[in-house]
Design a protein around this ligand. Structure first.
Ligand code: 13P
Ligand code: SF4
Length: 350
């Protein structure tokens, strides 16, 4: 075992139940091995909302840590070992631009439009949705939450991931002409705004938009029995020809529960695919191609150890200032409402 790894384990032991380390599936193996819980964005948000630990040191990117900070109780502190670990897609929209286009489309649409934002966003956007009756969603529940609003006779303004929006619309049988794309210069394309059911912001994830239908064709030629599973941040043309699509947790569980001897081609972050290949040795697991999330890789053992050293000092009363993830006060209430609304809809409390 590496020295740094030993030091982290020792600090974890000393801090006991006052510390939790949640980690996303895309984190590097050495971080995942030290995590207390692992999951997709929804599971991480929910598990964080249920822990009583005083210190939450997040293995993930800033929107995830911010989500944990929003759901945290007064005595809890959230740390991200590298504050620059972000998500380029989350930055592709902000409340100011959303407000401008929301006013415009609301005037043009026959139905009331509810704004819905992917978890991969910052607190200003979550607050924008919370204040207007909308909710956060993740890739594991976007279909359920969009359906919730459509069933109530509303239209949905969905941001920032265009592909997740289209894939959600397709899963719900929404027609192409009922979709309007909102370009980042705020122009509108596609269907008629008056009768549209979904307005989709045109953000994207560079990790998932590198996969092509050609990758699937190549693997199907190489492995005739292969089953293809992709994340819904991939283009709809890939989701269409894949055997399954879903969140990282859904991908993990599907591959884990598949019969031994099966072969899987996976369209999501490469390190996660590699880890499944090492864990499920009774199956053949291959990536569609090697596509890495550079921000998830910013959480290294050294940075995790540095965060835990400051937490240990704070717990001993030797350090009073911790570099905690905080949410500007103006966004807290409404962003929390949007996050809690997601949890309530998913857990069927409303
Ligand atoms: P999941 O919610 O499926 O884990 O996705 C998070 C993410 O950032 C995928 O790129
Ligand atoms: Fe953001 Fe894409 Fe990385 Fe997910 S994989 S955190 S969407 S950049």
């Amino acid at each position: 075992m590496k020295r740094i790894d030993e030091e982290i384990r020792k600090m974890k032991q000393e801090l006991g139940s006052s510390l939790v380390i949640p980690a996303h599936h895309y984190e590097m193996d050495e971080i995942v091995e030290l995590a207390d819980f692992l999951g997709d964005s929804y599971k991480l948000a929910k598990d964080c909302s249920q822990t009583e630990a005083e210190y939450i040191v997040f293995g993930g990117v800033s929107f995830m840590a911010e989500g944990a900070a929003l759901l945290a109780k007064d005595h809890q502190k959230v740390l991200l070992p590298d504050r620059s670990a972000g998500c380029p897609m989350a930055k592709m929209i902000d409340a100011e631009r959303a407000g401008k286009v929301y006013g415009e489309i609301s005037k043009r649409c026959d139905r009331e439009i509810i704004p819905m934002v992917y978890m991969n966003s910052y607190a200003d956007m979550k607050a924008f949705c919370g204040a207007r009756g909308g909710a956060v969603c993740t890739s594991s529940n976007s279909v359920k939450i969009v359906k919730h609003y459509l069933d109530a006779g509303k239209a949905v303004f969905f941001a920032p991931d265009y592909n997740l929006g289209v894939n959600t619309a397709n899963a719900l049988g929404i027609k192409k002409e009922e979709l309007v794309t909102v370009k980042r210069d705020l122009s509108l394309e596609g269907g008629d705004p008056a009768t549209a059911k979904m307005f989709l912001w045109d953000g994207f994830c560079y990790v998932h938009t590198t996969f092509t239908t050609g990758d699937v064709d190549r693997l199907r030629k190489q492995y005739p029995d292969i089953r293809i599973i992709v994340h819904p941040e991939c283009d709809a043309s890939l989701v269409d020809i894949a055997d399954h699509s879903g969140s990282t947790a859904m991908i993990y569980n599907t591959v884990r529960d598949a019969p031994p001897g099966t072969t899987w081609g996976i369209g999501t972050e490469y390190r996660f695919v590699e880890r499944m290949a090492k864990e499920f040795t009774d199956k053949t697991i291959v990536p569609l191609r090697e596509s890495i999330c550079r921000d998830m890789s910013k959480i290294t053992l050294d940075k995790l150890a540095a965060s835990l050293r400051s937490v240990s000092k704070a717990a001993r009363g030797e350090e009073s200032v911790l570099d905690c993830v905080t949410v500007p006060g103006e966004y807290q209430k409404d962003a929390r409402i949007a996050l809690q609304r997601m949890i309530d809809i998913v857990e069927a409390n409303i």
